[in-house]
Design a protein around this ligand. Structure first.
Ligand code: FES
Length: 274
């Protein structure tokens, strides 16, 4: 059993949870993920690590409350326990000295991008973080990210914070930056990563995405997380989750992600308490 230290809504519908899992914290690396299960025999939820503290033995994730299992997770209180915390899983993000790296996060991806930006900065890169949201009230962790970046750009659809625009404005943002960008890292929903990759393709900037696929075991056993990258079949959990965004078959990723859409909605229609 894993004790919950903290679980709170940080912006509407987005939660930050910190759990005591010392073994996971001990070996966590930027870009790896964990699987949480909020109840015995419940759904397994893959979540990218947003932070960890080796001394305290804790790991933190940022997640969106979108279905029955995440609603159950969202209703958990500090002091309660989770039956399952598995990890760290997947490969770490490749960290090297690239020059100037643009880290783009949207929604829960703002949290996931944090350890990556921190590691890139520590490796000697110039780090620019772009935080994308519909409106300013959906932005979070600006100060935390500012501490590990050279520049922060907020991008809101309604222009209430930073620049007015969305992920489709990424190429324009890159052109207006005072430095040449050598690498782009995109983290958020699949649409954000697909659209962001389309923006960087004509600019010929290497772009890494962290794929959100359906997962069961997270260890290469079930095949549910199958994706096509550069026309080769890969399992997101063991070959990824980080891939070249210009080589991902996004139509297939989107199609497979929708496979259980109906089943995901049915539990939300029942009157049973979570
Ligand atoms: Fe089962 Fe990747 S989640 S193979």
């Amino acid at each position: 059993m894993f004790t919950i230290f903290e679980n709170r809504m940080i912006v509407p519908n987005v939660y930050q949870m910190t759990v005591h899992a010392p073994d996971v914290a001990q070996s966590a690396l930027p870009g790896q993920f964990v699987i949480f299960r909020p109840e015995e025999d419940g759904e397994r939820i893959p979540l990218t690590l947003a932070d960890w503290d080796v001394q305290a033995g804790t790991v933190s994730v940022v997640y969106l409350n979108v279905g029955r299992s995440t609603a159950k997770l969202a209703s958990s209180k500090a002091g309660q326990t989770l039956p399952t915390v598995v990890g760290p899983l997947g490969n770490a993000m490749e960290i090297d000295r690239y020059g100037a790296v643009l880290c783009v996060g949207g929604c829960y991806g703002i949290g996931s991008i944090y350890p990556i930006a921190r590691a890139l900065k520590a490796a000697g890169n110039t780090v620019v973080c772009v935080l994308e949201a519909r409106s300013s009230f959906l932005l979070y962790w600006q100060e935390k990210l500012r501490a590990v970046s050279d520049q922060i750009v907020c991008l809101t659809r309604d222009g209430t914070s930073g620049k007015r625009g969305h992920i489709g404005s990424l190429a324009e943002i890159i052109r207006t930056l005072p430095m040449r960008i050598d690498r782009v890292i995109l983290n958020g929903c699949n649409y954000l990563m697909m659209r962001g990759s389309q923006e960087t393709l004509p600019l010929k900037i290497k772009t890494i995405v962290t794929l959100n696929t359906l997962m069961i075991d997270g260890t290469g056993m079930c095949g549910v997380c199958r994706v096509s990258v550069n026309s080769e079949t890969k399992f997101a959990c063991v070959h990824g989750p980080h891939f070249d965004g210009h080589q991902v078959d996004w139509a297939e990723v989107t199609q497979r992600r929708k496979a259980y859409l109906q089943e995901e909605v049915i539990p939300l229609r029942t009157t049973q308490p979570l």
